[in-house]
Design a protein around this ligand. Sequence first.
Ligand code: SME
Length: 165
Amino acid sequence: MSEQLPAVNYGTLNQQLAAMLANESDALANSANFVGLLFSEIPDHNWLGIYVLRSDELVLGPYQGRPACVRISLGRGVCGTAAEKRETLRVADVHDFADHIVCDAASKSEIVVPLIVGGQLLGVLDVDSPSASRFTETDQQGIEGLCNTFTAALEKSELRLPEFI
Ligand code: SME
């Protein structure tokens, strides 16, 4: 249950992330390490990764977890809906989300945060958990803060949209 989880110090984690991204300008390397750091430091999830917007669909990018569906149309599933609305979706029970796309039957809750770089939608960060109601308002604020640090670093990257990754 989420109340028994060790608390994540999102402030410290955000500082770690900023330091990790500061000296590297390659967007792919920074994306891979962003996903790796969050996967290692945020407990109780079974999949964490990025989907990148290509034309009108999201395509699988750097992630950690089991192999996942590769393409998600805008407006479909939790990821496509968050991308289309450009707003974070925190789903306490994925079975209550009518259009949820099942990549791993073990997933029970998830949070999807849009990644916006220079006003353009780059894609989304998707975190799935095997626990129901895993993500709290505190987690949402913390993960959004981490995404802001990541997208700010990408703005300085040598790879620019749309050739990201
Ligand atoms: N849960 C997502 C699909 C992606 S996988 O879970 C990795 C969704 O419904 O959008």
